[in-house]
Design a protein around this ligand. Structure first.
Ligand code: NDP
Length: 350
């Protein structure tokens, strides 16, 4: 049995169907919105890997009123500038994919910037949106918010149950304050502010710079270059035994669209495939996709990192979202994109 009451919230900006809930204990029961495709949606960080994927997914779904600003056009660290921007533009929804991101080296060299700049960016966005009466906010974080030694797979309930991984705790603490700020607004003012935590992402517009890239794009570039170099050996760090989970960035973007179009019942959700593979298996998959015929050498003198990092994605699955791109397919798509864009990638990041 369904009870549906159509209502119009805050002028003409956000028409939605409220109270459309099946009267049962089915976990799939949650409020959903009937979205107005002309809704003004601001994507903070729209030129980044994550933000640009969200932009593409929204365009594909027919959303016509998307907006974004580069950091040069709007420095999100500046509170008054963000408030003025919200006042002038009046977006109905904010999606926060803007952050100062970096690897272990950058995090440990610049702890203050990773803590403070990320808190400034997200505080200005979250509080600015709240002060401006924006009803819907989607905050993107990452799996590093969970304790270093939390049981696997990582459940949302493990947040703040133990110590963080010291190498990126500055970034993680900032992200946790973002999750908590959205939760507090949701709890105290009943606004639809929700946080999504993706696992390791890969795909179009990834960073292929070997000094700062994540494991998957770094391997992709190494195998590609070794193939072009007479199928030279590829040397990789560690034993190859750690296990990691990966999600194609366009699948993550579909999850963000899902979170936009539905009022998710809880404040925090993991995004992932729910499946992990060893680094060795990943290397073999990338070797196959790139067509490299040489030998893989494992440099076991180098550190392995955390043995396993897998998200529990059952909460998202229970309410209706699941990944769709298998890893091999996603790597093929990413490699084709890499080949098509190699010249511009070289200019910016290689
Ligand atoms: P990118 O570095 O590709 O993009 C970051 C974006 O943030 C850029 O568009 C940048 O704009 C913007 N930005 C940074 N500082 C400012 C500022 N002061 N003012 C305005 N804009 C700013 O990062 P990703 O897309 O990879 O990551 C985005 C989010 O997704 C982060 O929260 C991250 O934690 C999360 N995430 C990413 C994962 C991954 O594997 N990549 C995995 C899990 C989560 P500009 O270029 O104009 O400076």
């Amino acid at each position: 049995m369904y009870f549906c009451k159509v209502s119009v919230l805050f002028t003409d900006r956000f028409t939605y169907i409220d109270d459309c809930i099946e009267a049962s204990n089915n976990p799939k029961d949650y409020k959903f919105y009937k979205m107005n495709k002309a809704l003004k949606i601001y994507i903070a960080g729209h030129k980044g890997m994550v933000g640009s994927a969200i932009w593409r997914a929204l365009e594909k779904k027919g959303y016509t009123n998307l907006m974004g600003k580069t950091s040069k056009e709007l420095d999100l660290k500046k509170q008054q500038a963000v408030l003025d921007f919200f006042k002038d533009e009046k977006p109905a929804v904010v999606i926060d994919a803007a952050a100062k991101v970096g690897g272990i080296l950058a995090n440990s060299s610049f702890p203050y910037q990773f803590l403070m700049e990320n808190m400034q960016i997200q505080n200005n966005l979250i509080d600015g949106a709240f002060q401006s009466g924006i009803e819907k906010f989607i905050f993107l974080g990452s799996s590093c918010i969970y304790p270093k030694l939390a049981p696997q797979p990582l459940k949302e309930a493990y947040l703040l149950t133990d110590s963080l991984e010291p190498t990126n705790e500055w970034y993680a603490v900032a992200k946790i304050t973002g999750v908590k700020a959205c939760q507090a607004i949701r709890k105290q003012f009943e606004k639809d502010y929700v946080s999504l935590m993706p696992t390791n992402l890969y795909g179009y517009f990834d960073n292929f710079d070997l000094k700062s890239s994540h494991v998957l794009p770094a391997m992709l570039r190494k195998f590609h270059e070794a193939k072009n170099n007479g199928n030279a050996n590829v040397t990789l760090w560690g034993s190859g035994t750690p296990m990691r989970e990966f999600l194609f960035v366009d699948d993550m973007a579909e999850a963000v669209v899902f979170a936009l179009e539905n009022k998710l019942p809880e404040y925090l959700y993991n995004l992932g495939s729910g499946k992990d593979i060893t680094i060795k298996e990943l290397a073999e998959l990338i070797q196959k996709v790139t067509g490299h015929k040489g030998t893989i050498v494992w440099d076991s003198e180098k550190p392995d990192g955390t043995p396993r990092k897998l998200m529990d994605v059952s909460k998202m699955k229970d309410i209706g979202w699941e990944y769709s791109t298998e890893l091999e397919k996603g790597i093929e798509k990413t490699y084709n994109w890499f080949l098509e864009n190699i010249e511009s990638i070289k200019e910016t990041k290689m």
